[in-house]
Design a protein around this ligand. Sequence first.
Ligand code: NAD
Length: 337
Amino acid sequence: MQLRLAIAGIGNNVSALVQGIHYYRRLLSNGCDPASLPGIRKFRIGEYSVLDIEFVAGFDVDVGKIGLPIEKAILSLPNNYPDLCLDIPPSNCIIREGVWMSNGVIAGRQAVVEELRNARAEVLLYSLPTGLQDMADAYAECALDADTCFVNCTPEVVARNPALLKKFQQRNLCVVGDDLASQMGASVLHRKIIDLLLDRGLRLDSTYQVNLGGNEDFKNLRVRGLTKELSKKNALARVGLDLARVHVIPSGGVVASLADRKVAYLNVAARGWANTPVSIDVKLEVQDSSNAAGVIIDLVRLAAAAKGGGAPGFCSAAADLLKSPPAAVLPTENAGP
Ligand code: NAD
């Protein structure tokens, strides 16, 4: 069964998502066994396989992307996810102008709603730069008006906004958010190391995480990193952990040569038996946007499947794939840069 997906923000995440689906389509048409494909958690979720995503609408504000079909827009600068040279067949999904801010007022909402309705979009994926709460609210309202489920890739508060969540529930729509936890990202790895230490009876002295990259996300996080920092702390928060001892730097700097690759350094300092010290250092290097796409593919299918299954509101099956689901504690202390 096809899932009709609309997307706001045609950046690197979307490039990795679109190209990845075509990459797997090619492998399967060459006779690969779906169970043997690398990088896929579940080939099928509900009625949807990884190949069943149909891109029906796309929105951006970058004039270099507006008017292009999605398979071309994803390759436009400043996107720098690699071109996997897959000869993606031409699509009818033309990128339209999205919602923008004009003199402090949100503009372009009605056109987005109409496009979503005309495209009969089932899910709207919100994948804008971090730190634009007004935009997250505006696109969530567009989804509500167009009868479309909503997936929030970013740390902005949507699923955690009780008023918005109630509106999605009342309209029998699903919302997934907030902030995806990358497939093998710094947050999931950091969480596992802390869990292991606490489980083995050690006491955490301090821990930090520093992330470096060379894509637009890392540039943006240098100036609008606060919600990401809070969300990353949400991903680490657990019983018995003093968040005052946790330091997270979402973008420690932009290293152009890394392009869409990301490097994360983690350090955990703890005390073991008789108060003796233990220190762990880890370096993680990943393709940043593949890491997002490997989770987005599940989030959009979980949203559609939950709606199809008559379970509106927050899709709890997605909670483990998110940094800040509605139950998350949002730390307000020690949130400075
Ligand atoms: P990106 O900067 O490459 O892409 C963002 C896109 O949004 C750009 O094309 C930009 O032109 C567009 N945009 C800006 N304002 C817009 C508007 N008003 N309407 C429509 N489009 C608009 O970002 P990305 O790397 O694709 O990441 C997207 C989001 O996902 C970021 O908030 C990022 O923090 C979050 N995220 C990424 C990862 C990951 O890459 N591993 C993990 C978790 C969360």
